[in-house]
Design a protein around this ligand. Sequence first.
Ligand code: CMP
Length: 145
Amino acid sequence: MAAAERTLAMIKPDGIEKGVIGDIIKRIEDASLKIVGIKMHHLKKSQVEGFYAVHKGKPFFNALCAFMSSGPSIAMVLEGDGAIANWREVMGATDPDKAAPGTVRSDFGTNVERNAVHGSDSPETAKFELSYFFDDNEIVTYEWV
Ligand code: CMP
């Protein structure tokens, strides 16, 4: 079994607007991913540009940054065995039309931009993305009973 790890999850502005925060969090906990940090914020465009810097120069970059700063979003620290891969499986493919049935993006996404959620794609990305939104003292510890 993969070692316990952490990943950064986001509920994007379209997920907030659709009123599916609770549905998405239920999928997270049902997948044995423990939420050990959570915050809601309305990001400035400059903050989004920094977060998605790896995509700078791509054709969708400007629209993505405009969308992600168009309304509030939720950032979460998820912890569990193989958390990065687990959350990516629960999310489904980037394009909701290609995402497997029953995944978050298939059920709650609209198109490749408005795809409801984000997740880190590697340990290196997770390290960067977690530290982008969370200080160490904003991450908690608790046990499920
Ligand atoms: P996300 O996992 O948050 O990472 C980058 C985001 O860019 C991606 O989800 C999509 O929402 C968005 N995006 C918009 N257009 C594209 C595209 N053509 N290909 C890939 N990602 C895209």
